[in-house]
Write a protein of this length. Sequence first.
Length: 135
Amino acid sequence: MNAPVSKETTHAVLRVTAGLMLWQHGAQKLLGMFGSTAVESWIAWPRGIAGLIEFFLPILIILGVRTRWVAFILTGHFAVVYWWRHFFAREMEFWPIVNGGELAVLYCAIFLFLWTTGNGKFSLDHMVPGPGRED
């Protein structure tokens, strides 16, 4: 696909920014960074598992490694987060502004976009030749 450089650049900026923002949530959960308390066990359900997903997968998103697969997992993760932790946990309030689920919906939409568009030109998968390269 021969997209203009500006489109590829903004695609990379969105991918890297979303990855960096999400990584901070994982760092809060796993490492207790940014004024939070770390989980007692990284495999504790649900906070430890969410922390693992939100800490390690964004690194792959930032680098542009297997972006479609990782974004597929993250899209599902945030769909579950919204319905489980915001909709049902808050007396079935649908609107994200009311139930506090704005970030979950936004992340879900961003990773849905990355799932459908891939990693873009400015990514490790694109720069390093080899099998399984995403275009």
